[in-house]
Ligand binder design. Structure first.
Ligand code: ASP
Length: 418
């Protein structure tokens, strides 16, 4: 369904492309928050309704499109290749991300010369073990996995079901057709929900902009600036570079194509919550096939968190500077390893990265209490890191799509009109 058919009202409204309306919602939200302060929370329910509506789509959309995508692929070897490329690219970009975060903090020294006290206690977290992760991938009960929204377990079951449906040939046809029709309906529902994105984004941003006064932000302006700068560099240099070098694709088209997902990620601070929007961007704007995007994006929304990795690097070095601890080369190495693991274990929900920061901090012997210093402004950092998390998933999806011949370049290169 095109946006012009969505039930969003008058004709002028219909003529403006959706991405422009979403950006306008964002700008209006910032303005409203700045003018009304705390009172702007009045508009938060608009944002909450929008986020609930997107979350409502995640499980049925991911499950049905993945089953359809796998039955369409009809090649288990190809699945294995896509899986291996996906994981490799996710790990590679995450290591880059954390290194950029470390470098940015090392160059700009956001914590040097700051005087801030902290006293609240924070419980340390444990990095997830590899065996634990592997065992947890297989659901004991797929209905339970669907009900709880356990994306990795849903993916495993959907792959199993998709392969089995292919193997039983004609007998599988009726079920495949049911899934095809269900998946189409979910894509349509995503488009309907997205027509309300400008209003939802407005409500979310008005609330955030109204709740953070300058008195909270200013003392930490430098670390916020460094985290945002490192995030922008990662997207503009690493992602664009990889797309151009490995994919021979124009990065500008990628940046235009992912805009809706970026704004929803920024305002919701949840990459899992943004998943239906990312899937829509991957197919409609980047031209990645259903099979590839239906697999690579949900995996990414669960395990690939480059923005979170950047944040771990920036904040760990910031806190070391704040308390006057000199980090050794081994400490930096340790941050890269534990930061990568911690980012994999971070759930795609608001604030999860802050909790996982304790893994990195305890590994290099920094006091966990220092996390309290940035807890007050974490939402502002979370918005940026979530946007990078989502941008990273979409970049890898594009590259994997291209490498498998599953990227429609006429769609990728087309000028965006909606
Ligand atoms: N909020 C982030 C996300 O959903 C995770 C984090 O807190 O780092 O991607």
């Amino acid at each position: 369904m095109s946006d012009s058919q969505t039930p969003a009202g008058g004709s002028l409204w219909r003529r403006i492309p959706l991405w422009q309306k979403i950006l306008a919602g964002l700008a209006l939200g910032v303005l409203t928050g700045a003018l009304l302060g705390e009172d702007a929370s009045l508009f938060k329910p608009l944002g909450d309704i929008f986020i609930n509506a997107i979350k409502m789509l995640i499980v049925p959309l991911v499950f049905s499109t993945l089953v359809v995508g796998i039955t369409a692929m009809r090649d288990p070897q190809k699945m294995g290749r896509i899986g291996a490329r996906t994981i490799l690219l996710y790990l590679l970009t995450t290591a880059f991300a954390i290194a950029i975060g470390l470098l940015a903090s090392w160059v700009f020294q956001p914590g040097t010369g700051l005087d801030m006290s902290f006293d609240s206690a924070v419980e340390p977290k444990e990095a997830p073990g590899l065996t634990e992760i592997m065992v947890g991938l297989v659901p004991q009960n797929p209905i339970d996995a669907l009900a709880n929204g356990n994306i990795l377990q849903i993916i495993v079951f959907a792959i199993g079901l998709g392969i089995s449906l292919t193997l039983i040939g004609d007998k599988g046809e009726p079920v495949v057709r049911v899934f095809e029709s269900f998946a189409d309906a979910m894509v349509k529902l995503t488009n309907i929900v997205m027509a309300f994105a400008p209003i939802g984004v407005f409500g979310l941003i008005a609330h955030v902009a109204g709740s953070y006064g300058l008195e909270v932000l200013l003392p930490l302006a430098k670390v916020i600036g460094v985290a945002y700068l490192a995030s922008a560099l990662h997207v503009l240099v690493v992602y664009s570079g990889l797309l151009a070098l490995l994919g021979r694709l124009n990065p500008l088209r990628y940046l235009q194509g992912i805009l809706d997902a970026l704004v929803v990620a920024y305002s919701s601070a949840s990459s899992s919550g943004t998943l239906p929007v990312s899937l829509r961007c991957a197919r409609n704007n980047l031209g990645v096939s259903e099979g590839v995007s239906g697999f690579v994006l949900p995996v990414g929304a669960t395990i690939n968190m480059d923005g979170t990795a950047i944040y771990q690097g920036v904040v760990a070095v910031f806190i070391a500077q704040l308390i006057g601890v000199d980090l050794s080369l081994a400490d930096y190495g340790m941050i890269i390893v534990t930061g990568t693991l911690a980012s994999i274990g971070t759930a795609g929900v608001p604030g999860a990265g802050l909790v996982m920061l304790s893994i990195v901090m305890s590994q290099i012997g920094l006091p966990l209490e220092a996390i309290a210093v940035i807890a007050g402004i974490d939402r502002i950092l979370d918005m940026a890191r979530t946007s990078v998390n989502v941008a990273g998933d979409l970049m890898v999806t594009t590259l994997v799509g291209k490498s498998e011949g599953e990227l429609d370049e006429s769609v990728y290169n087309a000028r965006r009109t909606s």
